[in-house]
Ligand binder design. Structure first.
Ligand code: EPU
Length: 282
């Protein structure tokens, strides 16, 4: 297993924000994941897994211990079945699914990150979520046991799952067969829609807040007049108000201040607590 010290985390996140990891583990075999966990437990270090870093705001002081599954990237799709290791690129996996005529893949296009992160968050949008297609997920339990969970045991719901206190290693999926050209056309269509309404080329972590039941966080923030608001280098996107971007060397504290200003205003105007969709490591 590779162990780095004081590894910069900002370049490993889409926000390009955050301090260093005091300990940064890169296991080369699955069995090394529980070893890293027990090492951290013995030293009293809080270990977090970093996937594609596309949904996380790392604090300016960084994090004590981080594990990357970047050596586990294998994916496969054959007939109705597919499998993927947690460190695989989610967009590359989705493309493979589309090439395999797996119906439903189109709903997952335009989502960045790794397969592990997508599973943990039950990534998706208006068109569908990854959890719908899961058969089994292989995880390391908090006590170090490697077990296989059925979909029902994963507790997939809106942008959440019961996988969060576990480390996801890999998953098996099942899709029905669709028409490859139809899937590709729909994918292009969904991607165009996202490109028109989301700042896909900025340093962001996608939507920052969950949509409260029956409401749209983006619309509420927009209606409060927040688009373009800046604190330090952090800004509310003018394209989509639920996207906060790092426009100019923002610090995590700039971003957190902007987040809490938005939450305060929405609470005052609508009486609604906006819950974070991104993970904050601070
Ligand atoms: N809207 C505004 N102003 C804005 C943004 C949105 O008025 O600045 C309005 C839109 O016009 C629309 C409504 O709000 O009527 C909903 O907006 P949108 O269609 O963009 O969808 P969303 O609910 O904001 C969700 C996911 C996105 C996902 C899209 C498309 C959440 C929090 N967000 O966005 O996911 O890409 O649907 O499927 O569930 C993410 O999770 O990071 C993410 C980007």
């Amino acid at each position: 297993m590779i162990l780095k010290r004081d590894e910069p985390l900002a370049p490993r996140t889409s926000y390009r924000i955050g301090g260093t990891a005091e300990y940064f583990f890169i296991p080369e075999r699955m069995e090394e994941v529980p070893q890293a966990m027990s090492y951290c437990r013995a030293k009293g270090l809080d270990l977090r897994v970093l996937g594609g870093g596309t949904n996380v705001l790392v604090g300016d002081r960084g994090w004590p211990a981080v594990l990357s599954l970047e050596r586990f990237k294998h994916t496969d799709a054959f007939g109705p079945f597919a499998k993927a290791e947690a460190g695989a690129s989610f967009p590359a996996f989705v493309k493979k699914l589309a090439d395999n005529s797996s119906k439903g893949a189109e709903a997952l296009c335009g989502i960045p990150g790794t397969v592990g992160g997508a599973l943990l968050m039950n990534a998706g949008g208006h068109y569908g979520e990854i959890g719908e297609f899961v058969k089994r997920v292989k995880v390391v339990e908090a006590d170090g046991r490697i077990v296989s969970l059925d979909r029902e045991q994963c507790g997939f719901r809106y942008r959440e799952s019961d996988l969060k206190n576990r480390i996801i290693l890999s998953a098996d999926f099942e899709f029905s067969e669709g028409d490859r050209e139809e899937i590709r056309t729909r994918m292009r269509d969904i991607f165009q829609k996202k490109k028109a309404s989301q700042p896909l080329h900025s340093h962001s972590a996608g939507c920052v807040f969950k949509n409260p039941p029956g409401l749209s966080a983006g619309r509420m923030i927009d209606e409060c007049g927040f688009k373009g608001t800046r604190i330090g280098g952090a800004a509310v996107s003018v394209l989509h108000a639920n996207f906060l971007t790092n426009d100019d060397d923002a610090s995590a504290s700039d971003m957190l201040e902007l987040i809490s200003r938005i939450q305060g205003q929405i609470k005052e105007r609508h009486g609604v607590e906006l819950e974070l969709e991104i993970k904050v490591w601070s």
